[in-house]
Design a protein around this ligand. Structure first.
Ligand SMILES: Nc1ncnc2c1ncn2[C@@H]1O[C@H](COP(=O)(O)OP(=O)(O)O)[C@@H](O)[C@H]1O
Ligand SMILES: [Mg+2]
Length: 282
């Protein structure tokens, strides 16, 4: 995983630029060796009854359970404060569950397995500025491969290819800070796709985007083969992109199912401060 901020994970310094809030914490101290599954049947992600409380006592996850199969696109929706971002931070190892099961790629997330988990997962956080910090977009996208030891020319080739796949090759030489919100999102995506992750975790990917940039992003995501966990309030996007939706509320899963069925349930939506998307209204 790409890094800017240095976080303490079980007293091991982990350089990481994917920690948007500087949330402290780490992962289990169990010194399990990283023996993650390469089997095509194990879910890429499984949480069962996960509990997490912030230092001030706020209970953000209160028995959350969820799984994502290989290649599956799952939406995680819910009102503000439901625990969605905390769940994403738990996947990245920044929030250590107090109890419950957190497995990725068929093995528990532990201090020992965290580097592998991060290598196999692409995190795209809501604030692109947390993920882009090099002088040019190309260097930002090359950062991951270079950090992983890929020689410069090959890192550049991979980065250019990722930029082309996201259709942003023309901004390779630009300063990320001057890009539009849509370009920043695409650059952040390219910077994780260059590592060929098996799971993509996106927190509010369409926020700050205009309709055209949103459309481009959805089309790119639809064309990607890997599993995706998409945290969003954009329920029209969920209908278009995801095969399953999980409704998180109060730190626990209130409902899950097929998007066109679940999101049509007006009483359920209202009870969790959501709205039936326009395209499903009679
Ligand atoms: N750093 C933090 N310290 C204390 N409480 C927090 C922190 N971050 C989030 N929370 C609280 O945890 C709960 C879940 O928040 P969050 O995961 O951000 O929800 P969501 O992403 O669904 O809006 C909320 O009650 C929120 O106020
Ligand atoms: Mg959030």
């Amino acid at each position: 995983m790409r890094g800017r901020k240095v976080d303490k994970v079980d007293n091991v310094d982990v350089v990481d630029r994917n920690n948007p809030g500087g949330t402290g914490g780490g992962v289990s101290t169990k010194s399990t060796r990283a023996t993650m599954s390469t089997s095509s049947t194990a879910p890429v992600l499984r949480l069962a009854d996960v509990q997490y409380r912030y230092h001030d006592g706020t209970r953000a996850l209160a028995g959350a359970s969820l799984s994502v199969a290989r290649g599956e696109r799952v939406a995680l929706v819910g009102p503000n404060g439901a625990g969605k971002t905390t769940l994403v931070l738990a996947l990245a190892g920044f929030c250590v569950p107090e109890s419950g099961v957190l497995e990725m790629f068929g093995a528990p997330v532990t201090r020992a397995s965290l580097p592998e988990v991060r290598g196999r997962t692409g995190f795209v956080f809501q604030n692109a500025d947390d993920q882009l910090f090099m002088p040019t977009v190309l260097e930002d996208v090359m950062f991951g491969p270079l950090k992983a030891g890929v020689p410069g020319p090959e890192a550049r080739r991979r980065a250019e290819s990722a930029l082309e796949r996201m259709e942003i090759a023309t901004i390779a030489g630009q300063f990320p800070g001057h890009l539009s919100a849509g370009q920043k999102r695409m650059a952040s995506l390219a910077a994780v796709l260059v590592q060929e992750p098996e799971l993509l975790v996106l927190d509010e990917p369409t926020s700050f985007l205009d309709p055209h940039a949103r459309r481009c992003l959805i089309e790119r995501l639809k064309g990607l083969p890997m599993a995706q966990l998409v945290v969003t309030h954009d329920l029209e996007m969920v209908l278009e992109l995801c095969g399953r939706v999980v409704l998180l509320s109060g730190g626990t899963v209130a409902a899950e199912g097929c998007p066109s069925g679940l999101l049509r349930d007006a009483a359920l939506m209202e009870a969790h401060r959501l709205e039936v998307p326009h395209s499903l209204r009679g």
